[in-house]
Design a binder for this molecule. Sequence first.
Ligand SMILES: *Cc1c(COP(=O)(O)O)cnc(C)c1O
Length: 381
Amino acid sequence: MKFATRAIHGGYDPHGHNRSVMPPLYQTSVFAHDHVGEALPYSYARTGTPTRAALEACLAGIENARYGLAFSSGMAAIDAVMRATLKPGDEVIAVADLYGGAYRLLTRVLAPAGITVRFADLSDPGALPGLLGAQTRLLWLESPTNPLLGIVDIAALSAAAQARGIPVAVDNTFATPYLQNPIDLGADIVVHSATKYLGGHSDVLLGLVAVSNEALYREIRFIQNASGAVPGPQDCALVLRGIKTLHLRMERHCDNAERVAAFLCGHPAVAQVFFPGLPQHPGHALAARQMRRFGGIVSIYLADDSRAAASRVAERLQLFALAESLGGVESLVNHSATMSHGSLPAEEKLRLGIREGLLRLSIGVEDIDDILADLAQALQP
Ligand SMILES: *Cc1c(COP(=O)(O)O)cnc(C)c1O
C-alpha cells in the first residue's frame, strides 16, 4: 500500500475492537487475568496498551520499519535510544548542529555518566571513517538540522558506520516519514519528536522510535518498559489522528515554505535564507536525492544581526506566534539563540551560526497570501 493509505489504516484492525473505526482509548493502567500465570497481550499499561500498540505499528508502517516504540516526549525517545546503545566508556559521534535538547542530553547527562561525546561536521561523509574509534558505539544524525537546515548524506554515512559495526540513528523530526525514510537509506534507528509534524496541531507531546533490527528493538523496548517514559492513551490517539493527515499537511507546508523562501530571498531586510529547496543551498542536490520535498522550515539571518531587530520582527508578526516549537498547522517564529537553542553555551552558538539575528520560521498551512503579507509588513524598515 502507498503512504497515505498506510498512514490512515496502518497498525489497526477494527475487528478486534467492536468494529470501532477509530482506535479506542484504553484508559486503564492494568488488564485482568483469568488464571494465575496467564500470558496476556497486555497486562500493565507501562509495558503496553492497545492504543499505544496501534500508534507504534502505524509509525513502523510509514517508516518502512518492522517495529515502532512510543515515548512520552521526543527527548524520552532519544534518551532511550542512547541508553540502549551506550554504556560508560563508549563513544557517540553526533552531527555538530543538532537539536539543542539532544545537545544538552549528550553533554550534561550522558557525558557525566562516562560516555564520550564527540560532535563532528559530517557534511563530507568521506571524513567519517577517520573519526570512528575503537570505542565508538553510535552515530547520531539529523537531516535537515535545526535551525540552519544542514543536510547530511544518510546513505553514505550509514554505510561507513555499518562497515565498522556501528549503528546509526537519525532524528527525522524535520523531514517526517512523508519526505524521508532513513531506514530505506540504510540507517538502523529513526527517532521523532511527534510533538511536531506527526501530531501536527501543537496539542500533544510525544516521541517515537522506528527500528527494524530485532536485537536493537529488544534493547530499546527494554528501556521503554524499565524506565517507563511512556505516553498515555489520549496522547497516542492524538498522534494517530495527526498521522492520518500528515501527507496532506506536508504537501501544503512544503508549498508554502517554497513560496516564503522565494519571497525572502530578494528581501532587503534579510541577509541570508536557509532552505534546502533553494538551488544555492549547499545541501540542495543531496536533499533533492534523499528527500521527496524540502520541508516546511525556513530560517533567516536578518540584515541587522541584533537581538533588538529580531525582537522587532518577531513582535510585529501577527499570524506567526513567537514560540519554541514547529510543525503545527499554524505558523510560528522562533528566536533560536534564546529559545530552542538557549541551552547552548555562547561560543557553541557562535560556532554553529546561531546568531542574534537568526529567526527560524515554521511555515504553517494557512493561506499563502496571508503568510506573505504578514512577513512583508513585519520586515518593513
Ligand atoms: C522538538 C525536537 C526534539 C525533542 O522533542 P520533544 O517532543 O520536545 O521532547 C528532538 N529533535 C528535534 C529535531 C526536535 O525538533
